[in-house]
Design a protein around this ligand. Sequence first.
Ligand SMILES: [Zn+2]
Length: 500
Amino acid sequence: MKIFINLALALACVYMCLGTGRLTYSGGYNELLKLLLNTLYLYGSVWLFVKFRYIFWLIFFPFVLFLCFYAPVGLTNGMVNEAFVMSIFGTYLSEASEFSRTLPAEYVLLSIFSLSLIIYLRKTNKTVLTKRQIFIFFTLFAVATATGKLWGIATTSSFFKSIKFFQKSYNDLKLYQNTVIKPQWQIKSIDNKYQNHVVVIGESARRDYHEIYGYSIKNNPFLSSVNGTFIDGFNAVGINTIPSLNGTLNHNRNLNLNIVDLANLSGFETFWFSNQGYLGCYDTLTTLVAKRAKNVYFMPKEGGGKFDSDLVGHFAKIFDTPSQKPRVIFLHFIGSHPITCNKLSSKEYLKYPDEATFKINCYVESIRQTDNDLKSVYEILTRNLQENNESFSMIYFSDHGLTHVKKPVELLAVEHIAKEHLQVPLLKISSDDNGRKFIQNESYQSHFPQSFAKWIGVQTENFNEISDVFEEVKQDDFLNSKMLIKNISGDPAIDISSFK
Ligand SMILES: [Zn+2]
């Protein structure tokens, strides 16, 4: 019986360690060692803490409760980060039942099992320790915890990071609930050149992984042939979605100067269609702006498909109804959001032979998939131009990039970033383009609102002069995005062309 309990506990510990999203068993010897050490640490901690009643319930129980609570999320979505905690937070608060349905049932069961087992061990543990044993136990635990930084105790650092993130998210959430947007735009004149304006907001796409920006794999069949303006030099102003889009959609991060209201006040029919599901739904700052649009659609997780191509299908329906007003349409893609392999509609990526760079292959393929989705958007707009004689212009950029994490190598939104994490694609394709224009500049998302105003042909009192992200400019980084760069040695794209 004792052997079974120990075995079950060991398995539960492996599960909770993997559930932090920071450890893996498939990353070679070093990763396996790290997983083993973490499992031993957790396993030892359980046997130590179950011997105390109050210390167990006050300190250890909240810790394992967190690990069990997070594991189904960690195993499907990866390690805790601020944006993610924020999303879970909002989700658990308002749509708990629907969110839990998106988590695999076996993980939820494993969590319940692990937690019950540890409670059972506490309840049945009647051993009384001598002072000497207690001393030895705590010394060992303290040494393991103190030296944990050396081999990375994933469980505790996940726990403490999450507490910090949850606290911040809670404060932010409270702040947003009380936010009432009062547009402060002062419109001077309107003279729009196009009937339809489409802003496609990409997700986690790094510039250097695009063929059109020099990547070694041909993953941009559409973008490398269509006429348009391609910018090499556009920078994100945040590491993940919320801060990036906050700086892109709102002038100087002021919600009262958001570009959706700018379009509303200028007489455009506005649309915000999102495939960021629950994540996007509760990216609260983004949602506040998204909901300013006259027509809002968040793609349902169930029954509504999950690919950006499904969102594009929904977008096509806009043109079934004629509009007297010119339109501004935002499409918020899920793009190359981790875990990228799960975002691919084609199963071609499974044929990729190299295990070490397997996830990079998924990432490269997700860029190809977005290229194809952009092609569909373009074709819908072109068809509408032919049938209804409505001119168009579309812009695509990514909210931010990602950073390589090692063994097995993959791309994630982590804190320790190099400049490549902020370098994103930016391009514009219009119905009156007659060639391919490449522009090198140093531009920032913080200048997007003024460029947007210029693009839709609106002049406002709010900008003294306009610095356009589509021009050959060297812009002022007024939101200090360069401060985010912590790794100055760089994080170049990995060339996987020899495996393809
Ligand atoms: Zn993002």
